[in-house]
Ligand binder design. Structure first.
Ligand code: KG4
Ligand code: ZN
Length: 355
């Protein structure tokens, strides 16, 4: 990292207006966005590869990397165009470096390095799960830490204490499958297209949550450890034994019952943690935050407990680059996460890692 870039990075936080280009390629969305001061969205471009992966029933990493390469330059141009800006208007570039699919991440990381180098602007590395939390700052201009965030996606299920803008601590989460992964696997078992979460959400609305697949523990795990692999296996066993016995299965009821059990576990654990810690504000983030039952239940529970509840709009819940640019803004203010040309992609990154 050159001295000049470090100087530029340190001067940035004193500017009134910081414009950041965000890049996100950790999974199957090639996304770019231009965000000002972490909260003002100038553009948000998301090119989803879902149709390409659907025929395989899930994301094929090689196909994802290849298509990110094909798409990345076009979506960067589009983000600048939509923002009515030019490269010279950018103060910094932010990129998701982990967690995610390594080949997919590398496309974003390499592109961001090249742009940072060419424009001589700071490159900020962003943790994907922390970025999900920041979608809330774009959606809710009045939200400020401290708050407890439930980050629920295809790769993560974490309870995160956001004590300050740059202080993230994981309090607990899943010890096996992520909640979104469980949604996707159950959907696949039921013959629903990828990604399964939105499909199960739709069908659950027409079904009755009357199937008890799994005896979930009656008391909350006080270490805030969650598990989804047992529930997933219980659904598999239920479906297989019904098929073998020639019993009719009602997909809508399975979707409603699975959703209820998966979401209740997350919501009950979250409310337990928030009450123990004395949190007054709860935020929801990640792709599974798009789930209707989850949004409604957290809304109801927080209302009962007289807490404030924040959740981003649907397009900011699933993967996007606006959240990446937002996260980077707060790193700039705190003087952390400046990356050099030796930045590498990482498939696994913990919340708060490297700070
Ligand atoms: O955050 P995200 O876009 O990517 C990751 O970082 O993983 O989350 C994708 C996950 C998938 O598992 C998808 O099935 C799930 O979010 N998802 C949903 C809904 N919309 C997306 N799960 C349940 N209900 C939904 N409405
Ligand atoms: Zn994500």
């Amino acid at each position: 990292m050159t001295k000049k870039i470090v100087e530029k990075f340190n001067e940035l936080r004193h500017k009134d207006k910081i414009v950041i280009l965000g890049i996100e390629t950790s999974c199957d969305e090639t996304a770019t966005a231009v965000v000002e001061n972490g909260r003002i969205l100038h553009s948000n471009v998301i090119l989803s590869q879902i149709p390409l992966h659907q025929k395989f029933g899930g994301v094929v990493p090689e196909v994802a990397s290849r298509n990110h390469i094909l798409a990345i330059n076009g979506v960067i141009d589009k983000a600048l165009k939509q923002a009515q800006m030019q490269a010279k208007d950018l103060d910094a570039i932010a990129v998701t470096y982990g967690a995610g699919l390594i080949g997919a991440l590398l496309v974003g990381v390499s592109t961001a390095k090249a742009i940072g180098y060419a424009l001589k602007i700071p490159l900020i590395k962003v943790n994907h799960i922390e970025a999900h939390v920041c979608a809330n700052f774009i959606a809710h201009k009045d939200l400020t830490p401290p708050f407890l965030c439930v980050a629920a996606s295809g790769g993560h299920t974490s309870l995160i204490a956001v004590d300050e803008h740059n202080t993230y601590n994981s309090l607990g989460g899943t010890v096996d499958d992520a909640i979104g992964e469980a949604f996707d696997k159950v959907a696949r078992l039921l013959g629903l297209p990828y990604p399964g979460g939105p499909e199960i959400d739709k069908l659950a609305k027409k079904g009755a949550a009357n199937i008890d697949f799994y005896k979930t523990p009656k008391s909350i795990n006080k270490d805030l450890r969650l598990s989804y692999s047992g529930l997933k296996t219980a659904v598999v066993n239920y479906v297989n034994s019904a098929k073998m016995a020639g019993r009719e299965i009602v997909i809508e009821d399975i979707c409603a019952s699975f959703t209820k059990q998966a979401v209740d576990l997350l919501v009950d654990t979250t409310m337990f943690a928030a009450k123990e810690r004395g949190d007054k504000v709860i935020a929801l983030a990640g792709g599974v935050a798009a789930n209707t039952y989850l949004r409604n239940r957290l809304q109801e529970e927080t209302q009962k407990a007289e807490m404030d509840f924040f959740v981003p709009s649907l397009d900011l819940c699933t993967d996007n680059a606006a959240m990446v640019a937002s996260r980077a803004y707060f790193s700039i203010l705190a003087g952390t996460d400046l990356a050099g040309l030796d930045l590498n992609a990482k498939s696994n990154v913990k919340v708060g890692e490297g700070r």
